[in-house]
Ligand binder design. Sequence first.
Ligand SMILES: [Zn+2]
Length: 433
Amino acid sequence: MSTRTSPRRPGWAVIPIVALITAGLALGADRLVLTGARVLAPEGDRWLAGQAVVVEDGRVAAITPAESLGPAADTQVLDLNGLSLIPGLIDLHTHLLLHPYDETTWADQVLRESLGLRTARAVTHAEATLRAGFTTIRDLGTEGAGYADVGIRDAIELGVIPGPRVLAATRAIVASGSYGPAGFDPRWAMPVGAQVADGVAGVRRAVREQIAAGADWIKVYADYRRGADARATPTFSQAELDALVDEANSAGRPVAAHASTDEGIRRAVLAGARTIEHGTGASDATLRLMAQRGVILCPTVAASEAVSKYAGWTPPEPEPARLRASKDLVRRALAAGVTIANGSDAGVFTHGDNAHEIELMVGSGMSPGGALAAATTIAADVLGMGDRLGRIAPGFEADLVAVEGDPLADPSALRRVRVVMKAGRVVMRRPRD
Ligand SMILES: [Zn+2]
C-alpha cells in the first residue's frame, strides 16, 4: 500500500486492463474507480447496480452512483463490466506448508521433505490462494515446519512475495503420544508434526513460546486418533485446555481447537476456544452449547471429501461415512443455531481450490448467500477484523474480487475469478473464457 499526496487535477485516466497488469502490481493514481460490476451490498445479501467503487490509499473510499463521479486528477478507471464484485474471500483453515496427500503422504512431508522445499512450496501456495480470490487466511499449523508460516506471513506483508494476509498459528499444540507421524515401535523417539506439551504448566509454556515466535492464533488438538485402535479420544484434560485458552487469551490470541469427538469438542468449548475445526462427532447437545457460547464451527467438508477420495472413493459411488458425517454436521449445526465459518483445510487438497468448501457447504444445506457470508463477514468477525474486512463498504480494506456469474445464486461463480485486488492493488487479472 502506498500513500500519495499529489494534488488533484481534472481529467480521467481510463487505462486498459492489460496495460494495468503489465505495468505491475501498483497503480500510480490517487484514486481507482471500479465501474461496470454489480457490487455486493455491505450486508452481503443483494447486489447494487449502477454503483462505482472508489478506492483510495488501499481502502474503499465510497460506493456511489457511477454517473455522480466527476472528473478527478490521477483517477484510473477499471472497467468490470458484467462481473460481480465481492469482498476478498477468507479461508479460516489452511496449511500453506502442506501439499495434497495424494502427491506425498502427510507423514512423508513431515519426515522427509526439507524445510527449504516445504517453504518454497508454501510460497507458491500463497500466490495460488491469492489468485483464487482469497485475500486473507488463517493458517492453522505448519505440520512440522516450525515457524515457517511466520516468515511467510511477514514476507507477504513486506511485499517480498505475493499472497493473502496470513494469521499464523505456528506449530499447533498436542498432548504426548497423540499425534503423528505414528505407528512406530515405542523404542524410537519419533519427530512429531506439532509441539508436544503436557500438564497445565506445559501447555502454558508452549503457548508462551509460540506467541513469542509470532503466533497470531493458538491451535490445539483437543482430541486425536491414538493407540492400538487408532480411535479418536480427548487428549487434554479440562484443566489443561482451560489453562491453554487462558494463557492465549491473556495475550490477546484466540484459540482454534481441532476436535472431532463429542467430549473433545465439549471440553474445548467450555475452555473458551473461539472455533472448533472439523467437529463431526458433536452431539446435538454439544452443538447447542456451541450456539449458546458463540463458538464458531469450521466444518472443513472439503477435507473430508479429499481424504475420502484418497482412500479410494470415486463419485458417483455412495458417499463414504466420513464425508456424510461432515455434510450432516453442517445441517445439524445450522439447526442448532451454530454459526458456521469457512475453513477448507486447503493443503490436504490443492491450494487455490479453497472455494470448494463454499460449494460443499451449499451442497450440505447452506444457502449460497449464507456460505458466502461464512467466507466474508462471518470469517472477518471470527478474526476480530469485522470492522475492516469482509464487506465492500467505506473505510474497509479494498480487498475486492470480481467474478463471472452470481455467487448469491451459484457458488461455482467463485471459481470464475477474473480480477483480484488486495489493499487497493490489482494482484491478478484473468481474461474471460
Ligand atoms: Zn487442518
